[in-house]
Design a binder for this molecule. Structure first.
Ligand code: SF4
Length: 754
């Protein structure tokens, strides 16, 4: 029988054993991934013939298998090189970064000596300045014996931890293989969903799952993926959701699963955004500014062990991790990043896996993890992904910054401003799309980024939020400019006295997301509204063999009376004519059956007009209105009016806070009126999106207007029937609901009454 193995990447090993001192983000942001790759290639091409780049190495220490790829080996000089790209002043790089880099190259050094029978070696840290394209070399000589001693010392420090990890995974996987569903039985539809997820995971395919509300999708996807994990040798699961409520449901479901008999040792980590987790928002992330960054790596081992020990009480959710961090005086946000390495299930926002520099994707690739990914409420993915891969800069921000910027940055910012003005000097219309990116402007912006980087490095304490905000926007803009292609467009919107807003607007995120799907063993996108599925799979870049399941609804057609009101047009031009018949319709239904209703409109203006007339004509019927920019407390108060015994009509906006993700079962909601097709507004931006979608997929109008609109309609109507006991009515108000192509997008279980 072969000895159990624990595989660890060189980088991960050194992160564990050789990090010390303060957490210090002053030498960041570092180069982007693309810049890093380009820097490595540049260094390699400067070397002579015979130079070996990307040398795969591995070696053992007891049960540990340590592996990785050294950046380069020059056999003529007998020199092993570790390349690090950077920006700014190298002398300001914190000592502990250098310490870590030496540890990495020494480990590679040992592995190389061992594999090639070398008795000694020159080790080099090659620091490559991305801006100046200059190398700085630090070298040392080491004998094979010295390197072996270092390797064994580092592995020795990691061994005890690796052994408890192996024991944890063994127990975890044994129990997962025999895991039982935490409820007496599956709900109708839940089993079909669970089977599809299990099959997807077992065959290593992606899955798009449309499954109705109320069947328990969260546990219906988590359970089968966990159960499939041991056979598929999955290292981790990521549950990603667009909303806090979705993440809370996942944490609850995982608590139920963990409480199985015997208790399942599953480490569940909740990832929270930095601004929500930070204990000192007025400070910077370095030891001189923040007490929780000072000595962070010295206290991390104890905090890490405590977090793992407490994980079985759910202590790796936001509050639990915060308590552990407080007990050990370390930053909770960076502790959560560290714990991602050791968690079994990670619950967080989409961006942790899908955005440009996504942490979980980066870790998965670097550590060669086999991961299963669940994407909750996936109908949000297209819009969210487009935002992740778009970049926008408003000139008003630059103008304000120029007033307050440090003197040394004035020239560079003025140059950006001049190029910015030149961009729209002859632009006739308020909005215009341009076929190419503005090279001169980008040159000025890149120079400004380099100058601000130098300034930041020299004045780490002097960074204000305005400068920082501009800097990050400019950095993102230049990065998206490097990746500009047919998937995106560039446009300029002139805003009167405020200058112009520039946007690199992603339309088809597929080229960016396809590698994310490819990096996961299996990804499941699920939602109540994913029709037509090819629109989602094509736009998101899912693999060609992606499976599709449309889980039948557990609800009977008799539960929901769907009525088409096609004698009314809700188009903008006919809107005023629609007010009177709509208020009469609502009142008529209310008089027929008093209870709680929601009425949805395409805009606040429309909502206010209908609500105003309704209040005037039917003052005896209670009426509640959604207001613009309601905070969480106000939203809760709005929903709290819908009780088992209340009666009234709530007026809300389609696509807004009350049109999806809310649960009003039983008498809390007995009907909905939807006075719109939900089509996005026709404006120059959407018209350009339509053209781009037409060029890419051939059905630009449907992809831009009809599919997103109807997705919102079905989500809103889905608020009415939440359980098999519910009964209700939905009125779809607009003449276009009579069209075949529109009705085809309604759920199959609905029966149209009239
Ligand atoms: S507590 Fe806040 S300021 Fe301090 S290290 Fe953490 S995130 Fe940075």
């Amino acid at each position: 029988m072969s000895e159990a193995r624990y595989v660890v990447a060189v980088r991960a090993l050194c992160d564990f054993t050789a990090k010390q001192g303060d957490l210090d983000l002053r030498f960041t942001p570092g180069p982007s991934a693309q810049e890093g790759i380009a820097g490595h290639i540049e260094v390699a091409t400067r070397r002579g013939a015979g130079y070996e780049a990307e040398v795969s190495l591995s070696g053992s220490f007891g049960p540990l298998l340590v592996r990785g790829r050294a950046d380069g080996y020059d056999p003529v000089r007998n020199r092993l090189e570790e390349v690090k790209t950077f920006r700014g002043d190298l002398s300001r790089m914190p000592d502990n970064h250098r310490h870590l880099h030496w540890a990495q190259v020494r480990i590679y050094g040992h592995l190389l000596c061992q594999s090639r029978n070398l008795s000694e070696l020159q080790l080099a840290l090659v620091y490559y300045d991305i801006g100046k394209q200059k190398e700085t070399l630090l070298t040392e000589y080491a004998t094979a014996g010295m390197l072996q001693q270092f390797f064994e010392q580092q592995c020795g420090r990691f061994l005890a931890w690796a052994e408890q990890e192996m024991a944890h995974r063994l127990t975890r996987d044994e129990q997962l293989a025999g895991l039982r569903f935490p409820h007496v039985d599956f709900r109708p539809g839940q089993r079909a969903l669970a089977e599809a997820v299990y099959k997807g995971a077992s065959s290593g395919r992606c899955l798009l799952a449309q499954a109705p509300t109320g069947i328990g999708k969260t546990i219906g996807t988590l359970f089968p993926l966990l159960k499939a994990s041991p056979a598929q040798r999955l290292d981790k699961l990521f549950f990603l959701s667009a909303k806090t409520s979705g993440r809370a449901l996942a944490l609850d479901a995982l608590t139920q699963i963990r409480r199985s008999e015997p208790a399942l040792p599953l480490r569940v980590l909740e990832m929270v955004a930095r601004d929500k987790a930070c204990e000192h928002p007025d400070k910077a992330c370095n030891g001189e500014s923040c007490p929780l960054a000072q000595g962070f790596y010295d206290r991390l081992p104890q905090a890490r062990a405590a977090a793992v020990a407490a994980a079985f009480d759910g202590a790796m959710d936001r509050e639990g991790l915060r308590a552990v961090a407080a007990a050990h005086q370390v930053c909770p946000y960076y502790l959560s990043q560290e714990m991602a390495q050791w968690a079994d299930v990670i619950v967080g926002d989409y961006n942790y896996y899908f955005d440009l520099g996504a942490m979980l994707h980066g870790m998965s690739v670097a550590n060669q993890w086999r991961v299963g990914v669940l994407v909750d409420e996936a109908h949000n993915m297209i819009e969210r992904a487009r935002k992740m891969y778009s970049a926008e800069m408003a000139q008003g921000q630059l103008k304000a910054l120029r007033q307050a910027a440090p003197v040394s940055l004035k020239r560079t910012l003025d140059r950006v401003n001049r190029q910015w003005n030149a961009l729209y000097k002859v632009q006739q219309d308020e909005y215009q799309r341009y076929p190419d990116l503005p090279e001169a402007f980008l040159g000025a912006l890149q120079q400004a980024v380099a100058d601000i980087t130098d300034y930041m490095v020299e004045h780490p304490a002097a960074m204000d939020s305005q400068l920082q905000g501009f800097y990050f926007d400019a950095l993102h803009f230049t990065r998206m400019a490097e990746l500009f292609d047919k998937h995106s467009l560039f446009d300029v919107t002139v805003q009167g006295g405020y200058g112009a807003t520039l946007c690199i607007r992603n339309i088809v995120p597929a080229p960016f997301l396809a590698p994310r799907f490819a990096a996961a063993h299996s990804t499941v996108l699920f939602s109540a509204t994913l029709s037509p599925w090819h629109f989602y799979s094509d736009t998101l870049g899912m693999p060609a063999d992606t499976a599709w399941v449309d889980v039948p609804s557990p609800f009977a057609a008799e539960q929901l009376s769907v009525r088409l009101v096609t004698g009314i047009s809700t188009r903008f031009q006919q809107r005023d004519n629609s007010l009177s018949p709509i208020v009469d319709l609502i009142a008529q239904q209310y008089r027929l059956q008093a209870g709680n209703y929601l009425a949805f409109f395409s805009s606040y203006d429309y909502l206010q007009k209908v609500a105003g007339l309704f209040a005037e004509r039917y003052p005896e019927i209670p009426l509640w209105q959604q207001a613009r920019r309601m905070d969480e407390h106000e939203r809760e108060a709005f929903l709290a009016r819908f009780t088992e015994s209340s009666q009234g009509v709530g007026f809300a906006v389609l696509g807004g806070a009350f049109a999806e993700g809310i649960d009003l079962p039983g008498a809390r909601l007995i009907g909905a009126f939807i006075a719109t097709l939900g089509l996005p507004q026709i404006n120059p931006v959407n018209e350009q999106i339509m053209r781009q979608m037409e060029q890419t997929f051939g059905n630009g109008y449907d992809c831009t207007y009809l599919f997103p609109g109807m997705q919102k309609v079905v989500q809103a109507a889905g608020r009415v029937i939440r359980t098999r006991e519910d009964r209700g009515v939905v009125y779809l108000i607009d003449d276009r609901f009579a069209r075949r192509e529109v009705r085809q997008l309604l759920p199959q279980w609905w029966r149209i009454d009239a």
